[in-house]
Design a protein around this ligand. Structure first.
Ligand SMILES: [Zn+2]
Length: 134
């Protein structure tokens, strides 16, 4: 069974897109209570999902040198198994995303952004590159 057989895409009439099979793991060497981490990266799924919800995908891809797929998987975990606040934020999105990801397909919509952040900071400021000062 491959990404081409993505039932979610079939249903939505979209074209399946192949993912790299990003995985989340529980690693005893990494202390991220309650949350699995991105394999080979050590970043907690819950931590990343919170950042995506507050700041969007693009900033996290740049700041942490992650792929979109890695972040989608974090958000999917958070919306499915994470704390209540993230289930509320990503739950509906994660249901659909999960169907794609289950088939190894990453033709998934961006996860929702926290409402209050949407109109917020002008793009020029919000997209400042490089390391944050904190
Ligand atoms: Zn799909």
């Amino acid at each position: 069974m491959g990404y081409r057989d993505c039932l979610a895409c079939k249903e939505a009439g979209t074209k399946p897109k192949r993912g790299l099979n990003v995985r989340l793991v529980f690693d005893p060497r990494i202390t991220m209570p309650g949350s699995p981490t991105l394999e080979g990266h050590g970043l907690g799924a819950e931590f990343m999902a919170k950042r995506v919800y507050a700041l969007g995908l693009r900033d996290q891809i740049d700041d942490y040198e992650l792929t979109r797929e890695q972040l989608l998987v974090c958000c999917w975990w958070a919306g499915t198994y994470g704390p209540r606040s993230l289930k509320k934020a990503f739950g509906t999105w994660a249901k659909t995303a999960g169907w794609h990801l289950w088939h190894g397909c990453i033709n998934v919509e961006d996860p929702p952004l926290r409402e209050s952040e949407k109109p917020g900071i002008p793009a020029a400021l919000g997209a400042s590159r490089g390391q944050p000062d904190a």
